[in-house]
Design a protein around this ligand. Sequence first.
Ligand code: DGL
Length: 271
Amino acid sequence: MARIGVFDSGYGGLTILEKFRALLPEYDYVYLGDNARTPYGTRSFEVVYQYTLECVKKLFELDCDLVILACNTASAKALRTIQQKDLPLIAPNKRVLGVIRPTAEKIGDFTKTNHVGLLGTEGTIQSGSYPIEINKLFPKIVVTGQACPMWVPLIENGEHLSDGADYFVEKYINKLLSADPKIDTLVLACTHYPLLVDKIKKHVGEHVQIISQGPIIADRLKDYLLRHPEMETKLSKNGECTFYTTESVDKFKKSASTFLQTNIEANHITL
Ligand code: DGL
């Protein structure tokens, strides 16, 4: 039997995993956080691709026939190459899915002004993947991106609720909203950012809706499984989740338990 692999550079993918488990609790999940090499957001295409491929291969070894890159940076910089070049050679019956296209498909449901703001890592913003995907589906939507390079380090170091975090939240939000004051929809295009959502809300006006990806990606996974019975029937259904980190198990357990508000056990993994 196979399990569903959920990958992120660190803790961010937990915000997606928890929505998977809420909507699709029957399946078995394997979470892999590459905490030893996080953040990915400031790294080159080649490095993000290499790191992501290594993690995907590890998840394949752990019987994950379906892997979700719960990381926008990896989805922007590695997904296409893995799907088109690597999968046919290394695992033609396994699947790797990302988070950008499903999020782009939903944007039209939210914006009224047709002005959308995008908050992401440097890698995601520079890749241009979101404007490309959104404009394929909604050519009239104007997408303005803002890279927030300090946010992932704040979260990975457990400083996202501190007063100091407000400075960097306000800084990037102000930059984005002054670049396009017509923005009425803000996409948190990094799976870490929902952990900052209270602070983000504090610094945007009430007229701006904030879109977190978790519920959208969970809904798309449900739909994917309905459309792909050949994958769905081979997935084991014990409602279990196993966590792996490339960093210290104790650190991962402590932080992940805070993010998920429940105690978890974690395992160390070498890539
Ligand atoms: N959580 C990841 C994302 O969605 C990236 C974090 C990082 O920079 O490693 O982009």
